[in-house]
Design a protein around this ligand. Structure first.
Ligand code: FES
Length: 662
């Protein structure tokens, strides 16, 4: 079929695609990200683009008449029918995400990485010493206490050449694969110095890959990007639907995650730091021989190309939890094809390898003290326990803290308001409310991300702008007004924002096309948004309450609370407590572990103890299914207030409110 060239503006990135390819897919191929909240189903209207050239488009009521006249189409519903220029307006661009790549460091006393490199100096065969090449390797390994190693057919085919080319003095890479020692590489003796591994955090939205020197444990470099699967839906349920309902859905999702990881590997191996170490590009990928990946259960399934549909259906059974060690060649990863790939075990359909990795990174199963771990994302997961027991649960917290289901919410990316403070002064005719904010990148705001939403609600609550139920009070202020969806509060006025401000081509009557800047819009929070955020915080708090109550504990019994995940890292703890998202316990009990999924994957990559600990965590962790749990429903209902129906649970917040009223 004919190739068409599609050029995406303003990035000026071009890609060749086949005639009939959807614009949304062409964008992924060009490494350009267009918002696609509904996963390309033509339902969300977030993928509007302006086109110049031949397209086949479907009429959509999500486009206004003016947009249609100006050649706007939905990228997911329009196909490329010739060379095409596509302009992605600001509102449709998936902005650069603030991706958390740091995690709490645990000092490993001894490195026992997933692969070992050994030098084998073998005697040259003779008529007297005439055992086969493989027996000779085994004899050499037995002298270093490695008994009965196995070898793959492909490596065996390469053996004779590798031994003779290296004059019987070689570097052998050994891995313990599913309880058995396997030889995974035979190379020159100098190859022992080049011993690299990858720790991978496979997130639903973003993927982070660290390149690690397995000889020293040092992280050489870390790269991150969007998970290319986001064109197939924003959350795990949308991805499961896509795998099930779209023709070729599962292979496509698998291809997209593998492409995302391979793209990051390519970037890592082009990294300056590697060049500085004198490792030539092109040889380095082949020196990557061990990989540990951690992801939620759905992501782990899609990475392995396993059908995820039963994850969603009662009784929610995944295909695999304790995933056998695989090889890079089985997964199409562009590293040494023999590289071993270990996936951190998933406990259940909704407590995945990312949470097991969080637990590893927190170190909570190494201590006597009673700890709670909370990971807030699209799903909220909570784990409680100590070195002897663990209990976990997961709630569908709703994506409000990811900026979804909030009118002007957005992910933590450039232009997102991430911090907010209010001052309220009584005036003669009402209130003077001033809003102070800080955006990511210090540019004009275009929305509010999760940490900003928490700040905003906490400030509105403490200043009496909203009541316990999240209703906006009738205060006389120009910032409080009736909007289309009910009452709303203006956070930033149109002239301050970049929301909706863009250079858009307009067709004049004589057919001439002119570029005009569209007007900015006010950034507001509506009462409906506030209720969504309250539901999300209530779900997180209620799941923690259920864990504690089911083990006859109270929040006061906790010695430590670990907060994991990108969102958790940026929030103001005091404000999260004020809203009733997190329990009201002394702040010193809280510990932020950052990207625990990546941190845990790195620990498992570098330490046999940690790999064993991951499997111990998997075995000892019990799971409470909240969707059929009455206690959860009661706890959730009680938490649908700020901070909670029972203010005795939030003594410092009650004190603060009293002080403000007094
Ligand atoms: Fe949702 Fe196109 S309408 S991605």
């Amino acid at each position: 079929m004919a190739d068409c060239v599609v050029t995406f503006q303003p990035d000026n990135k071009s890609v060749k695609v086949e005639l009939g390819e959807r614009i949304l897919n062409a964008a992924v191929a060009a490494d350009v990200f267009i918002n696609s909240v509904c996963g390309g189903l033509g339902k969300c209207g977030k993928c509007k683009v302006q086109v110049k050239g031949d397209v086949s488009k479907r009429d959509s009521e999500l486009l206004t008449e003016e947009e249609k006249e100006n050649d706007f189409v939905l990228a997911c519903e329009s196909a490329v029918m010739g060379d095409l220029e596509v302009y992605i307006p600001e509102a449709s661009r998936a902005a650069k995400h603030q991706i958390l790549v740091k995690s709490k460091e645990i000092d490993l006393k001894r490195l026992t990485p997933i692969t070992r490199k050994l030098r084998l100096t073998l005697p040259v065969p003779s008529l007297e010493d005439n055992i086969s090449d493989f027996e000779r390797i085994k004899r050499g390994l037995a002298e270093q206490n490695i008994e009965n190693p196995r070898i793959s057919a492909s490596l065996l085919r390469n053996c004779a050449k590798a031994l003779r080319e290296n004059l019987w003095d070689v570097g052998a890479t050994i891995a313990e694969v599913n309880g058995t020692n396997e030889i995974v590489n035979i190379d020159s003796k100098d190859s022992i110095k080049k011993h690299f591994g990858l720790a991978i955090d496979i997130g639903t939205t973003t993927v982070v890959v660290s390149l690690i020197d397995l000889n020293t444990g040092e992280t050489i470099s870390t790269k991150s990007n969007y998970n290319k699967q986001i064109v197939c839906g924003e959350d795990v349920l949308a991805r499961i639907n896509y795998a099930e309902e779209e023709e070729g859905g599962l292979p496509r999702l698998n291809k997209l995650i593998v492409e995302t990881i391979n793209f990051l590997i390519e970037n890592l191996t082009l990294d300056d730091e590697l060049c500085r170490r004198g490792i030539e590009y092109g040889t380095c990928k082949d020196d990557i021989i061990g990989i540990v990946a951690a992801g939620n259960t759905t992501m782990s399934h899609l990475f392995l190309s396993l059908d995820p549909q039963h994850i969603r259906l009662e009784p929610y059974i995944p295909t695999v939890s304790l995933i056998p060690t695989l090889r890079a060649r089985d997964l199409n990863l562009e590293v040494n094809p023999e590289a071993v790939v270990y996936c951190v075990p998933c406990r259940s359909s909704y407590v995945g390898g990312d949470i097991t990795a969080d637990i590893l990174a927190s170190g909570l199963t190494k201590k006597e003290e009673l700890s709670l771990l909370i990971d807030v994302g699209t799903n909220g997961e909570a784990v409680m326990g100590n070195k002897e027991w663990l209990v976990s649960c997961s709630c569908s917290a709703g994506p409000a803290f990811e900026g979804v289901e909030v009118q002007h919410g957005m992910r933590a990316s450039m232009g997102a308001i991430e911090k907010i403070a209010l001052t309220v002064l009584p005036k003669e005719n009402g209130m003077e409310i001033s809003v102070f904010y800080k955006t990511i990148g210090d540019i004009k705001p275009k929305g509010i991300c999760g940490s900003g939403l928490i700040d905003l609600l906490a400030e509105m609550f403490i200043h009496g702008i909203i009541d316990k139920g999240g209703n906006i009070n009738d205060l006389l202020s120009p910032r409080i007004r009736d909007g289309i969806e009910g009452k709303e509060f203006v956070v930033a006025w149109a002239h301050e924002t970049s929301l909706g401000r863009d250079m858009i081509a307009h067709k004049k009557e004589d057919g001439e096309i002119v570029m005009e800047e569209s007007e900015g819009k006010d950034i507001v929070i509506t009462e409906a948004d506030i209720k969504n955020i309250i539901r999300t915080k209530a779900a997180v708090y209620a799941s923690c309450s259920v864990l504690l109550k089911s083990m006859n504990h109270t929040f006061e019994d906790l010695d430590k609370i670990y907060i994991a995940g990108g969102f958790g890292n940026y929030i103001d703890l005091k404000k999260a407590i004020l809203l009733g998202l997190f329990p009201d316990v002394p702040l010193k009990k809280y510990d932020f572990i950052g990207n625990g999924s990546l941190g845990g994957a790195k620990l498992a990559l570098l330490s046999k103890d940690m790999r064993e600990e991951a499997e111990r965590i998997y075995k000892m962790m019990t799971y409470i299914e909240l969707s059929v749990n009455n206690m959860f429903y009661n706890e959730f209902t009680s938490a649908l207030f700020l901070p909670h129906t029972d203010t005795n649970l939030f003594p410092t917040v009650a004190e603060q409110l009293d002080k403000n009223q007094g």
